[in-house]
Design a protein around this ligand. Structure first.
Ligand SMILES: *Cc1c(COP(=O)(O)O)cnc(C)c1O
Length: 378
C-alpha cells in the first residue's frame, strides 16, 4: 500500500528530544522553541514569530488580536479547512464566503470588494496547496476599507509571493506544523506578524493572560495576571522535533518539489488530451509542493478514480466539503453571490500521495495506475 501521507522525519528528531529531556526543560518556551522562532524570523524576514499548539490556535490568537467581536463580518473562502472559520466564529463573527478561482482554488480577489459591508472587519485568504493568493489585490482592498488580513498559511511554509514569504504580508500569518504538513512537530503551528504593536498582547494571550514572557526576560520581577488569555504554547519536546525539520527545510522542500515535478511532467499528456486538469502556479508564486492534485471530469469519475487507485494499493484522498453547505456553515455564514466554482471544483479534485522521501519507484507506479485508469499508454 502506498500511503497518502507519511509524517516527515529526518532521523535527528530523537537526539534533540533527548537533549530537551536531559536539560530538564520540556515545557513551553525552552531552548528549542527559541531556536525555531529565531529560524522562522530570520528565514522569512518577519519581526515576530511565536510557536503555538496548532495553526487552529494561531488563527484563534489572530482573531483575538484583530479584536473580532459579535456581529463583525469576515470574508473567507468556503473551500477550506474548518479551522479557518472556527477561530472567527468563536468570537461571534458572521462568515461571508467568497467564491474561489478555479485555477488555484484560492479566494477570487476580484469578488472581494463587492462583498465588503460596513460590518466587514477582516479578510482571511487561504493559500491552498502552498500556492499564494493574489496578495497585492487583497491587501489593496483591505487598505482601502480598513480591514485586517489574516493569512491562513497552514500549507504555505517555504512558499512565496513576489519574493515575500507567505504568512508575512497580512497583519497576521498562521502556519501549521501538523503531521500532514511539510514540516511537522506532531501538532503545532506558529503565528507571525510584523507590527510590534501586537507583540506584548500576543505574548500575554499565549501565556494564560499573564506577563510571564516579560518575567523570563527579566523585564518585570514578578509575573501577574494582566489580561484574558489561554495556553497556546507548545511543549519544548514538540519544538525539538520541529527543530530537526527546520534544519533540513531546504532538503525537505527540494525532495517534495522533485516529486511534484515528476507528477507534473508525467501527467501532462493526460491534460493535453483533455482527460484531467493539472494544478496552476501563477507567475510570481514560488510553491512548496505541499500537495499534488488533479481534477477529474466530475464527482462520479472522481469516486471511480479513488476506488480504482485503492484497488492498485494507492491511497488517494479528496477534502473540503464546502463549509457553506455544512450545518455549522449555514448557521454561522452566508455565501456571497453565486457559487460558481466552489462546489463544482471541489467535487472534481483528488490528491495523489505526497510526502518527504516518496520514492521514484512509487511515483512511477502511481503515474502508471493513473494512465491505466484513463486507458492511456504513455
Ligand atoms: C492544516 C490546516 C489548518 C489547521 O492546522 P492545525 O495545525 O491542524 O490546527 C488550517 N487551515 C488549513 C488551510 C490547513 O490546511
Amino acid at each position: 500500500m502506498i500511503d497518502f501521507n507519511i509524517p516527515p522525519s529526518t532521523g535527528n528528531e530523537t537526539g534533540y528530544i533527548q537533549q530537551a529531556i536531559a536539560q530538564h526543560k520540556i515545557c513551553g518556551d525552552g531552548e528549542f522553541t527559541k531556536k525555531c522562532t529565531a529560524w522562522l524570523k530570520d528565514r522569512f524576514t518577519v519581526s515576530n514569530a511565536l510557536l503555538t499548539t496548532s495553526c487552529t490556535h494561531a488563527l484563534e490568537m489572530a482573531a483575538l488580536l484583530c479584536g473580532i467581536e459579535e456581529g463583525d463580518e469576515v470574508l473567507l473562502p468556503s473551500y477550506t479547512f474548518v479551522s479557518t472559520a472556527d477561530a472567527f466564529v468563536m468570537r461571534g463573527a458572521k462568515l461571508v464566503f467568497v467564491d474561489i478561482r478555479p485555477d488555484t482554488m484560492n479566494l477570487n480577489e476580484a469578488l472581494l470588494e463587492a462583498a465588503v459591508t460596513e460590518r466587514t472587519k477582516a479578510i482571511v485568504p487561504v493559500h491552498y496547496a502552498g500556492v499564494s493568493c493574489e496578495m497585492d489585490a487583497i491587501l489593496a482592498v483591505a487598505k482601502k476599507h480598513g480591514l485586517k488580513v489574516v493569512e491562513d498559511a497552514a500549507q504555505g511554509v517555504m512558499s512565496s509571493y513576489k519574493g515575500r514569504a507567505l504568512g508575512t504580508m497580512g497583519d497576521f500569518g498562521c502556519y501549521s506544523f501538523h503531521e500532514t504538513k511539510n514540516y511537522s512537530m506532531g501538532e503545532g503551528g506558529a503565528i507571525l506578524f510584523q507590527d510590534p504593536v501586537y507583540a506584548e498582547k500576543a505574548e500575554i494571550i499565549r501565556e494564560k493572560g499573564t506577563n510571564r514572557s516579560k518575567f523570563f526576560r527579566g523585564q518585570v520581577d514578578k509575573y501577574t495576571w494582566v489580561d484574558f488569555g489561554s495556553s497556546y504554547l507548545p511543549s519544548d519536546l514538540n519544538a525539538a522535533y520541529l527543530w530537526a525539520q527546520l534544519l533540513m527545510a531546504d532538503q525537505i522542500n527540494a525532495d517534495r518539489l522533485a516529486s511534484w515535478n515528476y507528477y507534473h511532467e508525467a501527467l501532462r499528456p493526460l491534460q493535453d488530451r483533455g482527460l484531467i486538469e493539472q494544478p496552476t502556479v501563477p507567475d510570481g508564486c514560488v510553491h512548496n509542493a505541499h500537495m499534488y492534485y488533479i481534477k477529474c471530469k466530475d464527482l462520479d469519475e472522481r469516486t471511480r478514480f479513488i476506488d480504482y487507485m485503492k484497488s492498485r494499493g494507492i491511497q488517494c484522498v479528496f477534502h473540503y466539503i464546502p463549509l457553506h453547505t455544512a450545518p455549522a456553515g449555514k448557521r454561522f455564514g452566508r455565501f456571497f453571490g453565486e457559487d460558481r466554482y466552489t462546489t463544482r471544483e471541489s467535487e472534481r479534485l483528488v490528491r495523489l500521495p505526497m510526502y518527504y522521501k516518496l520514492s521514484e519507484e512509487s511515483l512511477a507506479y502511481i503515474v502508471q495506475a493513473v494512465r491505466d485508469f484513463y486507458r492511456v499508454s504513455e
